[in-house]
Design a binder for this molecule. Structure first.
Ligand SMILES: Cc1ncc(COP(=O)(O)O)c(C=O)c1O
Length: 368
C-alpha cells in the first residue's frame, strides 16, 4: 500500500492505514456494538459544529449527492420554492435536484470566480417573497471558491427564510458553528475533510424542521424524517447500513480529535494549500482564483498553453511519480485541479509540486 499514489483530489482521498484497517471487521447491522458505533459517529459529527442542541444528525447511505437530494426532498415542502445560488457545477446540481424532484426553484448565477454576496441574497429575497428556502454551496469544489456563508446566513434569517448548505467539501476543515450560523440543513459526507472512506452522507437537520417534514419526501429510501424516526426508535439504520464505512469514519474521527480537531485540520490544509500555491507559482503555474476567495480545499490552475501539454499525458506522468491530480471543471478555460485535503502534509504537497515540474520538463512544455 505504501506505493499507492497520493490522491490530490476532492474525494475519495488518501486515508490513513488505521482508517483502512478499521474496515477489516464485519459488523451485524442489528448488533448493539454497531448501533453504538453509529450513535458515537453522529454525536461526534454534531460536536464538530456545536449542533447537538439545535440539530439532529441523520446519516444516509450513498455518496454526497444522495444526502443533498434527501435533504431537499425531505425539508422543502412540495409547495415550497428554493432559491439556488450558483457559481459552479455543484450549484448547478442543486438546481437539477430541485427540477428532478419537482420543487419550484429559481437560480442566481455568478461567474465561477465570483462569490455570491449577502447583498445579492438580500435583493433576491426582497424581490421574491414566494421563496421558502435558499440553497448554497459553501466551498464550490468545481473551482475551490469559498462563498461567504456567515453573512449570507444572517440575511436569510432576517428575511425569515430557511437555509440549506451543501458543505460537502468544507465540513470538518472550515469553521461552521450552528449556534451562530442559522441553517435548516447542512450536508456533508464521510469521505471528505474527515478523511473517512466514501459511502455515507449525513445531514444536520434542524430539529423542529425535521419533525415537521413528515410526508414531504417523494421517495422512501431518501426520506430523512423516516430515517431519523427509525434510528431514534431502534438505534438501527432503516435499511442495510454501510457498516465498514461507518467503522472507518469512527476511526477517522478518533484521529481527527487526536490531531486537534477542526483548528488543527484547518491549519494543516491551509499549510498544504499555501505550499501548493507558492510552489506552483515558482514554476510558473497560475491559480484561477485570487487568494482572498480561495478555500484551502482544492486549487484550480490554468493549464499551460503550450500545444505539447495534454491533460491525459500530464496526468499519467504525474501519477507515475506518485500523485493523482484532477481534471478541471470549467467550460471556458483549460484548467486542472489539485486537492489539499486527505492524509497529506506540506512535505507531500511540495513533492507533488516537484513531480509536476519534472513532468512538464519531460513533456518539454515551455510556457512555465
Ligand atoms: C460541493 C459538493 N457537493 C456535492 C458533492 C457530492 O458529490 P458525490 O455525490 O459525487 O459525492 C461534492 C463532491 O465532491 C461536492 O464537492
Amino acid at each position: 500500500m505504501s506505493n499507492a499514489p497520493i490522491l490530490l483530489t476532492p474525494g475519495p482521498l488518501t486515508t490513513s492505514a488505521r482508517t483502512r484497517q478499521a474496515m477489516l471487521v464485519d459488523w451485524g447491522s442489528w448488533d448493539r456494538d454497531f448501533n453504538q458505533l453509529t450513535a458515537s459517529v453522529c454525536e461526534q459529527l454534531l460536536a464538530i459544529l456545536d449542533g447537538a442542541a439545535s440539530h439532529h444528525c441523520v446519516p444516509l447511505q450513498g455518496s454526497g449527492t444522495f444526502a443533498v437530494e434527501a435533504a431537499i426532498g425531505t425539508l422543502v415542502p412540495r409547495d415550497g420554492k428554493v432559491l439556488v445560488l450558483i457559481n459552479g457545477a455543484y450549484g448547478q446540481r442543486l438546481a437539477k435536484i430541485c427540477k428532478v424532484l419537482g420543487r419550484q426553484y429559481s437560480t442566481f448565477e455568478t461567474a465561477e470566480d465570483q462569490p455570491t454576496t449577502a447583498e445579492d441574497v438580500d435583493r433576491l429575497l426582497a424581490a421574491d417573497p414566494s421563496v421558502t428556502h435558499v440553497a448554497l454551496i459553501h466551498c464550490e469544489t468545481s473551482t475551490g471558491i469559498l462563498n461567504p456563508l456567515p453573512e449570507i446566513a444572517q440575511v436569510i434569517k432576517r428575511h425569515g427564510k430557511r437555509l440549506i448548505i451543501d458543505a460537502m467539501s468544507s465540513f470538518g476543515a472550515l469553521p461552521i458553528d450552528a449556534r451562530q450560523i442559522p441553517f435548516e440543513a447542512l450536508i456533508a459526507a464521510s469521505g471528505k475533510c474527515l478523511e473517512g472512506v466514501p459511502g455515507m452522507g449525513f445531514v444536520f437537520a434542524e430539529k423542529t424542521a425535521l419533525a415537521a417534514a413528515e410526508g414531504n419526501a417523494h421517495s422512501l429510501a431518501m426520506d430523512l424524517h423516516d430515517q431519523h424516526q427509525y434510528m431514534a426508535k431502534t438505534g438501527q439504520w432503516r435499511f442495510t447500513p454501510p457498516t465498514h464505512v461507518v467503522a472507518a469514519l469512527h476511526e477517522a474521527l478518533q484521529q481527527y480529535n487526536e490531531e486537534g480537531g477542526l483548528p488543527a485540520r484547518h491549519q494543516r490544509y491551509a499549510n498544504n494549500c499555501k505550499t501548493l500555491l507558492d510552489g506552483m507559482a515558482k514554476i510558473g503555474l497560475r491559480s484561477f482564483l485570487p487568494t482572498e476567495i480561495q478555500a484551502p480545499i482544492i486549487v484550480t490552475f490554468h493549464a499551460p498553453t503550450d500545444a505539447r501539454y495534454q491533460f491525459k499525458d500530464f496526468y499519467e506522468r504525474v501519477k507515475a511519480k506518485g500523485f493523482i491530480l484532477y481534471p478541471g471543471k470549467l467550460t471556458q478555460v483549460e484548467t486542472f485541479r489539485v486537492g489539499c485535503i486527505g492524509v497529506v502534509g506540506a512535505a507531500g504537497m511540495q513533492a507533488a509540486v516537484d513531480a509536476v515540474a519534472e513532468v512538464l520538463r519531460e513533456m518539454e512544455v515551455l510556457d512555465i
